[in-house]
Design a protein around this ligand. Sequence first.
Ligand code: NAI
Length: 327
Amino acid sequence: MMRVAIFSTQSYDKQFFNLVNASFDHELTFLEPALSAKTAILAEGCEAVCVFVNDLVDAETLKVLHQQGIHTLVLRCAGFNQVDLQVAANLGINVFRVPSYSPEAVAEHAVAMIMTLNRKTHKAYNRVREGNFSLERLIGFNLSGKKVGLIGLGQIGIAFARIMRGFGTEVLAYDPVVSDVPAGIRLVDYDTLISTADVISIHCPLNEHTRHMINQQVFEKMKDGVMLINTSRGAILDSSDAIEALKQGKLGYLGIDVYEQEDKLFFRDLSESLIADEQILRLMSFPNVLITAHQGFFTTEALTEIAHTTLQNLSDAQNGTANQNKL
Ligand code: NAI
């Protein structure tokens, strides 16, 4: 049994962690605040902390956690760009993640974004509810025969490619690491991908090489009216360059499930607040931009798997069992 403080808790975290913990028996303390150097003190009395994508686990936060005797950090997500791994290692804090839970959950959400932007079902839904049965400005395009380019061909990329093949698209992928690809996917260099694809979907991690990798110079090389989907991490896309590309009509459609400054917005109900972030307000104003608030992972199957792997990571940390999820 491990005592763990779970930061950034939402109702569904409580629901799935409590359900799955029935077969683990860890002592779970659910905390609503996000983890930061200021809130780390809330983990007092625990041995481990559990965090999500927008918890800030920087050097300062890790030091406060370490002073309180925290020796294990479990991420209930795949990406780990929010953690200073070097400092964690220096302090002897073991870090675990959930590398894979349901690649299909994110891949299927990316497809939902493509279909919504293309066939404008969100607009049609509202129109019909108001008795407006006109088709004006709802025109879409056939996906069949189009070129779809993937940046990053890992687990989510492969799941996404499998679905896109079913639509009859030509699937191109750029991945600097992968050399062996499933049938029906053509590996290409980055320039070929961005200059020939009709739809581009980002599935690589955020790191020092990928931060702002989609910027003004890259937009210039893209096809006019291209569709760009980002379900990976917000900072891979330069938001202000994306706004310019939208204004110029270069970017024909933008679907984002992640946003550079999402830590101040996402997972909260701000409907009665004044939103200070000018960039998201500008993005929200375009008719050809679809924004969802980091819900790619949000399926029953994925939440169950995330809770299970996270609790297993805690058990393995406690028992000293070898575990490939350790970073
Ligand atoms: P993965 O590790 O299986 O695949 C990532 C792939 O990206 C690897 O094949 C890697 O070689 C490739 N890659 C690395 N650097 C690259 C670069 N510079 N250009 C192109 N490709 C590059 O990861 P997985 O599970 O497919 O997840 C991908 C990303 O999706 C995660 O890093 C995470 O940021 C994001 N994600 C988003 C979720 C959401 O709810 N929206 C949920 C889960 C993950």
